[in-house]
Design a protein around this ligand. Sequence first.
Ligand code: IMP
Ligand code: MG
Length: 179
Amino acid sequence: METKKIHVLDRDFELSIREEEIMEKIKKVAAQLNTDYAGRQPVMVCILNGAFMFAADLVRYLDFQPEIIFARFSSYDGMDTTGEVRELLGITADVVGRDIIIVEDIVDTGITMSNILPNFQQMGASSVKVACLLQKPDKLKVDIKIDYCALQIPNDFIVGYGLDYDGFGRNYRDIYKVV
Ligand code: IMP
Ligand code: MG
């Protein structure tokens, strides 16, 4: 039996999305990517820290051979977006003429993603697509296209499966929402 309630720092969280459902939805995204990128070698950019678990599971269901790199941006402080996006760790692959798949944990306001996307276009990528584990559609503030999304969720603040509350709570297999 998985834990139904967890405590992270000063907050209580309850079970929201089980591991089984997460994996089922990730396999569907992998199947879409397998169709769209068959025989190609895109660059998959895992956005740290939150997407590490999603990326690790997603790539293991891919039939094609992506180049996998890691980049780190940050916009969050506690439970509220700061709106400010800083580049913390750059892109190590040559992206000129390459197909890029940005792998992100969650698209909330979309501000982070709208800051990341133009970087790849400016660097000369031939295509840039977004694959996210989760999206909160009601909170989207900017006009961006999410090409692949495993799960859409309501506006609750969540932790687990890579997602954190001030750095903690990432290690859980299931996703929990704040109570
Ligand atoms: P956005 O710029 O508002 O779209 O925020 C995206 C980033 O905020 C994500 O990459 C996450 O790191 C973080 N984030 C948004 N919602 C949550 C949440 O519910 N739990 C944990 N992190 C979140
Ligand atoms: Mg993130």
